[in-house]
Design a protein. Sequence first.
Length: 146
Amino acid sequence: MVKKSFLAGLLCAFAVASVWGQNWQHSWNDVVVNAQKEHKHILLNFSGSDWCLPCIRMHKTIFSSAAFISFSDQNLVLYNADFPRSKKNQPAKELVEQNNRLADTYNSEGHFPYTLLIDANGKVLKSWIGFYTGTVEDFIAELKID
């Protein structure tokens, strides 16, 4: 049963990633390793993919835009800590536990959407609460930190 649940959770995670139209990673450990190896920052997004309308809107208008995808492919490692409510959309237990640990560390107040720019060592460089109201280009400009 655990194997089936894990596979169902992975399929859900991949479905969410493809819906978001971006190469979002599924392992926080891989995110950190890749960020360190590639000298990139991490973009961590907390969302509720099946209930949070601002989250869904942010993924559609910002994260799925060609400009953001182009920028992020070159400069960021992406992780979406998703907290769906529908039972059918629940990720694997391991992914739920990973997202809960990330929420304890980076989103203890439970904001949705909540987006953080983090360096490869885990230091928060910037954060945005709620739907980003500027343009995609404005958001990209805010992500450019040397």
